[in-house]
Ligand binder design. Structure first.
Ligand SMILES: Nc1ncnc2c1ncn2[C@@H]1O[C@H](COP(=O)(O)OP(=O)(O)O)[C@@H](O)[C@H]1O
Ligand SMILES: O=C(O)C1=C[C@@H](OP(=O)(O)O)[C@@H](O)[C@H](O)C1
Ligand SMILES: [Mg+2]
Length: 173
């Protein structure tokens, strides 16, 4: 089985994915890391040098490659992956693939993103808290319809990684 983690930037996909894979004895791949490794470039540089559209094409290409070639995998996507091309349909229609939406509120996402803006090109330039809150709100409005198509949704606000794990294991097995 492939478990695909989706959700907004800073919802915990990369962090939680790694420990979920450990618990299940599955391989773990973070799609952003996989793209960086294969392209020999950072996500920030890909955005800067080749542009976001090129990044979106790479996301789709590597997502397809992984869904077709792997099993017993936890795959953490980037926040935008399910929202471009027909990536979410591909995930939903693939055999033995389950999608999990890690849902988090704007205040939770704000608090985390404020500390880690540098590595995320879409928010790196946003200066004030008000502007960041407005950006996340608008972006979530556009993206939530894709995230909500996931097989399982876990609300993660104020929950430890352990609590999220317990909830997910109950939902999945
Ligand atoms: N359940 C949680 N409780 C507290 N902090 C969390 C939780 N999940 C993730 N984080 C923290 O939030 C930040 C963003 O997490 P990350 O896994 O990089 O998110 P994503 O991959 O979805 O962008 C990291 O600093 C991580 O440690
Ligand atoms: O939401 C997005 O469009 C993006 C999210 C990032 O991943 P995280 O969700 O892991 O931060 C990364 O793929 C890129 O900066 C674009
Ligand atoms: Mg991540």
């Amino acid at each position: 089985m492939i478990l695909v983690l989706i959700g907004y930037m800073a919802s915990g996909k990369s962090t939680f994915g790694r420990i979920l894979a450990e618990k299940l004895h599955y391989e773990f791949i973070d799609l952003d890391d996989y793209i960086e490794k294969n392209e020999k470039s950072t996500i920030s540089d890909i955005f800067k040098i080749k542009g976001e559209i090129h990044f979106r094409k790479l996301e789709t290409q590597y997502l397809k490659e992984l869904l077709e070639s792997k099993k017993d995998l936890v795959l953490s996507l980037g926040g935008g992956t399910p929202c471009y091309s027909s990536n979410m349909n591909l995930i939903l229609e693939s055999n033995d693939v389950k999608s999990i939406y890690l849902k988090a509120s704007i205040p939770t996402l704000m608090a985390r993103l404020k500390n880690e803006k540098g590595k995320r090109p879409l928010v790196a330039h946003i200066e004030t808290d008000d502007m960041l809150a407005e950006f996340i709100g608008k972006h979530l409005f556009e993206r939530s319809p894709f995230y909500s198509m996931a097989n399982v949704t876990i609300t993660t606000d104020n929950k430890s990684l352990k609590a999220i794990m317990e909830e997910l294991v109950l939902e999945l097995f």
